[in-house]
Design a protein around this ligand. Structure first.
Ligand SMILES: Nc1ncnc2c1ncn2[C@@H]1O[C@H](COP(=O)(O)OP(=O)(O)O)[C@@H](O)[C@H]1O
Ligand SMILES: [Mg+2]
Length: 292
């Protein structure tokens, strides 16, 4: 049970009526309380050489909300995402995904993941790649066929289901990865710089596609990016992080509405939010953590 399940005026006072209705109906997608992560340096005899990757992270992501994590290289964005995905364990604090421990949420396939590298299996066709989580889930063949067709349509790849990954552009490969991440209808998508390796035009196109896809599926998203315009264009809230130790220094609510068309990229409010995020980023110490 969370506060957001309460109906009426007890809901998030800052949210629009729409957001309140959505948040009231379901659990928080992510709830991090005092989350810290320390990586002990290999062979170190004392704690002094350890890397404090995250300290005191407090984060709530509402159901259906799009939240970006932005910050300089080494500030712990990927680490936080990996903790949410149960790919690693926090050193302190608590982390809940839809009210469950991260491990339980992983077993229940409550979220889908997409990384910078699409991670497609080269010997499988587009259809067979999208189908993989459904096979692991024990979904019947006929259901898989229907769902793969639906997902291919969702990401605009219906004509390419019989191709192999090396016959696709980088942008198309990422679309397959997104379809695969959505296969089991997760209520949460975790994305770590999924468009980081793409050219600017493709990147902007896929950003628009992603806003459409998440609007259609209603999934919450935690999205890691280095790009300020990308974070602002996509997000309901932009979470600004700083390194040493990695922590949240600011949260900017974009309030740009649900319609994220191309014209938004030229809108005054959009530029204002880009400036606000840039200033929040630069307010922190300008240091780059050593990449280990
Ligand atoms: N497996 C690991 N072992 C030791 N240090 C790590 C490990 N993973 C990340 N780090 C360190 O933790 C910090 C945060 O890393 P990361 O989350 O990858 O940052 P970001 O994704 O923001 O660039 C960095 O200093 C990085 O070197
Ligand atoms: Mg990273």
């Amino acid at each position: 049970m969370t506060l957001r399940q309460a109906q009426g005026p007890q809901g998030n006072p800052q949210g629009s009526p729409n957001e309140i209705a959505t948040a009231a109906a379901t659990d928080l997608a992510v709830r991090a309380v005092g989350v810290g992560k320390i990586f002990p340096t290999t062979g170190a005899r004392t704690d002094s050489n350890s890397v404090i990757a995250l300290a005191g992270v407090e984060l709530e992501v509402g159901a259906g909300e799009f939240v970006s994590l932005i910050g300089p290289s080494g500030c712990g964005k990927s680490t936080l995402l990996r903790l949410i995905a149960d790919l690693d364990q926090a050193s302190s604090g608590t982390l809940e995904i839809f009210g469950k421990p991260a491990r339980r949420a992983r077993i229940d396939q409550d979220y889908g993941i997409a990384f910078q590298q699409s991670g497609l299996l080269p010997w499988r066709t587009v259809a067979a790649n999208i189908s993989l989580p459904l096979e692991l889930h024990g979904t019947s063949r006929s259901e898989r066929t229907a769902r793969v067709a639906e997902l291919a349509e969702l990401v605009g790849l219906s004509d390419f289901v019989d191709r192999y990954p090396d016959q696709l552009s980088g942008g198309m490969q990422q679309r397959v990865a997104i379809a695969r991440a959505l296969a089991t209808r997760p209520r949460l998508l975790l994305m770590d710089e999924p468009f980081g390796a793409l050219d600017e035009m493709t990147r902007e196109y896929l950003q628009s596609e992603l806003t459409r896809i998440t609007a259609e599926t209603g999934a919450a998203v935690v999205f890691v990016t280095h790009s300020i315009p990308e974070a602002v264009f996509l997000s309901d809230r932009v979470v600004v992080m700083s390194p040493r130790p990695g922590r949240i220094t600011d949260v900017i609510t974009t309030e740009l509405g649900d319609e994220r068309g191309e014209s938004l990229r030229e809108a005054r409010e959009y530029f204002e939010r880009v400036t606000a995020v840039r200033e929040a980023l630069h307010a922190g110490p300008i240091v780059r953590a050593n990449e280990r």
